[in-house]
Design a protein around this ligand. Sequence first.
Ligand SMILES: Cc1ncc(COP(=O)(O)O)c(C=O)c1O
Length: 479
Amino acid sequence: MLVPVPGATTSGRWCGRCVTTVRRLASRHLLCHGGTALAGRVPAGGRRPGVAAVACPIPVCSGCAAPLGAGAGSQPAPGRPRRPGLCVPRCDRRRPSVAAAHLRRRTSGKWHTHPPEVLPLTVGEMDVQLAPPVRDALIQAVEAGDTGFAGPQSTARYARAFRRLAQHRWGWDGAREADCHAVPDIMRGLVGLVEVLTRQGDAVVVNTPAYPDYFGALEERGGRIVEAPLSAAQRLDPDTLDTAFQAAAHSSSQALYLLCSPHNPTGTVHRRDELEHVAALARRYGVRVIADEAHALITWGGARFTPYLSVSGSPTALALQSPAKAFNLGGLNGALAIAGEEATDVLARLSAVMPHGRSHLAGIAHCAAMAEGEPWLDALLAGLEENRRLLQHLLHTDLPAVKYAPPDGTIYAWIDCRPLQWQDDPAELFLTHGRVAVISGRPYRTGGDGHVRLNMATTPELLAEAVRRMAHTARRCPG
Ligand SMILES: Cc1ncc(COP(=O)(O)O)c(C=O)c1O
């Protein structure tokens, strides 16, 4: 039997042998990894013979960082730091699918929307353990019975923690306490801003394919969506934006541009020069920019997130920021609405329509994440970066017809299944024939048809299993 061997260093790249091994483990439903290398064979009931360790970047188990079979929830191996890679905390090679079984004990929607045999890689929830500082802060608050209402001082603390984080991660010092207003979550902040800024029928420019909740939230409140599709390379297209801004401004008392940065679902991380161009265009047409920066903390390698409010020419803009996505705190939500220098009056109006609804406990979790969670976040990002490479390799090998460009940010992979030439929605076929749940691209509007969005914030084994199921679907359903 193949066993993970702890202690090997990570190479940062996937060797063919490791990919094969992970795939083999996944196909046997031995969904467990407790070390960084995979090698050797263990005779039944016997001790491990000389094992040749292979350098491999599988993240160590965040819960136990221990060898396979060390037992559920055990402590890290001596001398080994606890690392929050993408992993589940229980390791037990005698129980098949133990990782998925453990995750299924969670009661969130991701794990209970589908029957148990379906592997869900859907909503923006990650298969990770909480960052230890967040967990500790929550335990302390619960033990102290500190579960009351949020007050002004907790908003100030939140804003200060965000400012420090923004300084440290992006070198941006612009989010002064006076420019921030705490809101219950990103979407409610967005809806509040749209309510105070626009009149019925005013246009909101959105880059498609776009996060589907935008459409419902904006249209239900009388907003009129003007689509500005991304380019074929999934980047902001200056000419398309120009046309959309012009049309929007022409027909609105106040036109808005909802910039999703980084972009969900494509994972595009907008460059500073692109954002400067947006700011110039917005000024030319009198379009107000609202930047949804929900995924700001999730970028890798060379891609650098640029806060929109740090871009020259953005003083009338507003941004929405939250550490919730990066720290897996969807169930403990909160966010900040941040105003550019010439937009602080908007915050006063926002607080009139949205004075309540923030969770004090969420504020505690977010402050702990922002103040002390960066080492955890860095390890998470390293794991995600490995996953996007692994996914590329697996798709290239097992499902070469689909198109996938590894993203620079977010936890999503946006997969173009049109080459499979299916009449039906790929997400439905993957669910029906492969028992793997991904999100259909259709509700993302222009550019979404024939695509699926896959959440890759899971273990390498589950990712491999998902691709195996998708490839099985492709064999079952020739186009
Ligand atoms: C781009 C984007 N904006 C907003 C949201 C929703 O954020 P919240 O739950 O804070 O309203 C999501 C959720 O996935 C998202 O991807």
